[in-house]
Design a protein around this ligand. Structure first.
Ligand code: 2IT
Length: 447
């Protein structure tokens, strides 16, 4: 493959989409050598085909706010690749959502879902709707309007959305209700459902649990231990919450969490059940501020307007949003002795940050590997729905753990370099690519 030419064509075809170009470039640079060593991929133009989403649906979402004013938002669903299973991926409601955001996330999702070992293709959707400050009735009206359009394009064997930033159990409930009303079917078209109506145990915790299982595997490979390690994470949403729960259970010392308003440092550690439960409570308000945490717990201090990456730590985990850790942050973390950086948000680090971390031989896990536990557990929810059964928490957790260990093994298999350093992004991208690429070849020139 001619990387330069492919990137130049991609830039020309996708003007004003820096996130998509960033995600694509990272993958292309890491699979180049592998693709060139296996000529069948060029022969079938797999790379060029993977760079074009199979379908992008873009639609208008109108709704009436509590004051009776009509609001207009944009809705999206990017159906990126269906080679190994129905499109699968979350819905994000956040003011930063654009077609670019959706395309990068759907592209990442295809590789991530392939890594899970489960039969799921890649998709992503969402809206620029901002849940901040909206009443429950407004959120419900928005979700109903959004689903009225989206339902034309999804189904349990075609495309199965779930949550992401701004979309939790409440929003999935409103959307599921509307889907059921319009289609007259109670099926597993959405994951992240409530337990009483088709949801899976452990799904709310799964992204964070999976990331910590992945981290444990990284530590084990480096002959190191999680217990007592000083950890800083960004965010206080669903993903940060699950991460904090598992870190506490395994004896790590979580000292910092963050929000868009600044960060919280708590030298007593954020491991007490009431502290972690309060993260979830704060998130549920959708007010996007972490400051109240310091008002509630005496040992916690709020640092306004600063990034959490200035806190000295052994382990840093991004649990908020894309590009939240940049090159400057990476260099400060390195200076302060960081050993492991785990992307739990999708593309949490900028390309400059990843390069700096790898140059300093910091062990770095990309989101598509480390955060795959969320979608993997969604895959387990789909299986339970299709078979009309429900597994126990222990059963789901054991499967999740096994999946994360498997992803880690695959990263090591394809990412281990001569000196022993593990290039996790390379390993994840190659392992994810192989399954999708080979399925595309087997299925002929379909997409
Ligand atoms: O980024 C992700 O993998 C998710 N938001 C979860 C997607 C899913 O289908 O559970």
């Amino acid at each position: 493959m001619d990387l330069k030419k492919i990137m130049a064509d991609l830039e020309a075809k996708n003007p004003g989409q820096p996130l998509y170009l960033q995600a694509a470039k990272e993958v292309l640079e890491t699979i180049e050598e592998f693709v060139n060593a296996n000529p069948k991929y060029d022969q079938y133009a797999i790379v060029e085909r993977l760079l074009e989403p199979e379908r992008i649906v873009k639609f208008k979402v109108t709704w009436v706010d509590d004051k009776g004013k009509i609001q207009v938002n944009r809705g999206f669903r990017v159906q990126h690749n269906m080679a190994i299973g129905p499109y699968k991926g979350g819905l994000r409601f956040h003011p930063t959502v654009t077609e670019d955001t959706m395309k990068f996330l759907a592209f990442e999702q295809t590789f991530k879902n392939s890594l899970t070992t489960l039969p799921m293709g890649g998709g992503k959707g969402g809206s620029d709707f901002d849940p901040k400050g909206k009443s429950e009735a407004e959120v419900m009206r928005f979700c109903q309007s959004f689903m009225t359009e989206l339902q034309k394009y999804i189904g349990p064997d075609t495309d199965v959305p779930a949550g992401d930033i701004g979309v939790g159990g409440r929003e999935i409930g409103f959307m599921f209700g509307q889907y059921k009303r319009l289609r007259g079917e109670h099926v597993g078209t959405l994951t992240g459902k409530g337990l009483e109506w088709g949801g899976s145990l452990i799904r709310p915790e799964a992204t964070g649990f999976g990331a910590v299982y992945f981290l444990e595997a990284m530590l084990k490979t480096a002959k190191d231990k999680l217990k007592g390690k000083r950890v800083a994470i960004s965010g206080f949403g669903n993903v940060a919450w699950g991460t904090a729960l598992k870190l506490a259970e395994l004896g790590a010392n979580l000292v910092a969490i963050s929000g868009p308003d600044g960060y919280i440092i708590d030298e007593e550690g954020i491991s007490a059940p009431e502290k972690i439960a309060y993260m979830d409570e704060l998130n549920a308000t959708r007010n996007n501020v972490v400051e109240p945490f310091a008002k509630k717990f005496k040992s916690a201090k709020f640092v306004k307007g600063k990034k959490v990456w200035e806190v000295p730590c052994d382990i840093a985990m991004t649990c908020a949003i894309q590009n939240e850790l940049d090159e400057k942050d990476a260099k400060l973390l390195i200076k302060n002795g960081v050993k492991y950086v785990v992307e739990v948000s999708n593309m949490g680090c900028t390309a400059g940050a990843v390069a700096a971390l790898q140059k300093a031989k910091v062990s770095f896990a990309p989101g598509k590997a480390a955060n795959a536990g969320g979608v993997a557990t969604s895959g387990l929810e789909m299986t339970q729905n299709a078979a009309h059964i429900s597994w126990t928490a222990k059963e789901v957790d054991a499967k999740l753990h096994e999946i994360m260990n498997n992803i880690h093994e695959n990263c090591v298999k394809y990412g281990k370099e001569k000196g022993g350093y593990i290039n996790y992004p390379k390993g994840a991208n190659i392992a994810g690519f192989i399954k999708v690429a080979d399925a595309m070849i087997a299925q002929g020139v379909a997409y």
